[in-house]
Design a protein around this ligand. Sequence first.
Ligand SMILES: *[C@@H]1O[C@H](CO)[C@@H](O)[C@H](O)[C@H]1NC(C)=O
Ligand SMILES: *[C@@H]1O[C@H](CO)[C@@H](O)[C@H](O)[C@H]1NC(C)=O
Length: 315
Amino acid sequence: MDCCCCTYIYAFIAIAVLLYLLKKWIRQGEYTKPTLIDNKIVIITGANTGIGKETAIDLAKRGGKIYIACRNKTRGESALVDIRRESGSDKVYFLQLDLASLKSIREFSNKFHQLESKLDILINNAGVMACPKSFTEDKFETQIGTNHLGHFLLTNLLLDLLKSSAPSRIVNVSSRAHERGEIYRDDLMLDRSYSPLKAYSQSKLANVLFTRKLAKDLQGTKVIVNSCHPGVVTTELARHFPGIVQFIMYTIFKTFLKTPVEGAQTQIRLAIDPDLETVTGKYFYDCEEHEPSTAAKDDETAEWLWKKSAELVRF
Ligand SMILES: *[C@@H]1O[C@H](CO)[C@@H](O)[C@H](O)[C@H]1NC(C)=O
Ligand SMILES: *[C@@H]1O[C@H](CO)[C@@H](O)[C@H](O)[C@H]1NC(C)=O
């Protein structure tokens, strides 16, 4: 072989190896323990698709009784069929819940209290990402309204059951987008200046702030609460991105994104790993604990947001 050709071959191999390592690095983190959760009752919000659905399948396989809580009845019930089939468990149920409606959240909580007298694991997984400016039924900007205020009310309404079932766990699915987030105290609904990503980052920072504040309030109750970032996952979350961005994400970068199964690993670990029994108020990604952003550790803002949120949802 002549040298010129060898150089190309070496370069090709080097690039292939680098891409392979990059892929492994981006897609790392897996929960491999055979933990069983027989008799545990679990609620997962937004479990009709993506990582929520994969989390439901995984936890159902491990023996848990799973309630999937989502907005659309048709989609929820069709997800239910898939989850039962793929997990081989029939202890999976659907309850309608629209996190963009305080009324729906209260109805959900009442119904759940009638059905069950305990709750072991609550996974606040549902989220809307980077949608155009819009408002919830209660006139909240959609992303802070759904991702934060909706889960805020839901968590508080279910806290009695979580406490009486302790040791129990709350998992809040946030995102690394929280690192770019800021809490706009005098314009929480972004009336004055809206951008989809700004609203998303604010709502995800709110998730991390709340996890820390709640963990502090729950000290001594054996209810633990942690937040996580699932990784960049190929789900429908990007459905509000422009078509060209979706096209690029899904085709060219697909091998570098986590699959929903891979993205579910961190929240599965937080929900059931026996080694985490006393770990609370922390932030995880790739299945391991990491430091959240500086803004996410601002306890004063967390206090302010808690009060403001309680006022907004009238809790
Ligand atoms: C629920 O989902 C179905 C199937 O995707 C869709 O046809 C229907 O319009 C949705 N309903 C609502 C209220 O969004
Ligand atoms: C999870 O995040 C939501 C939204 O920020 C918050 O309202 C709720 O209290 C959080 N739950 C926990 C346990 O931190």
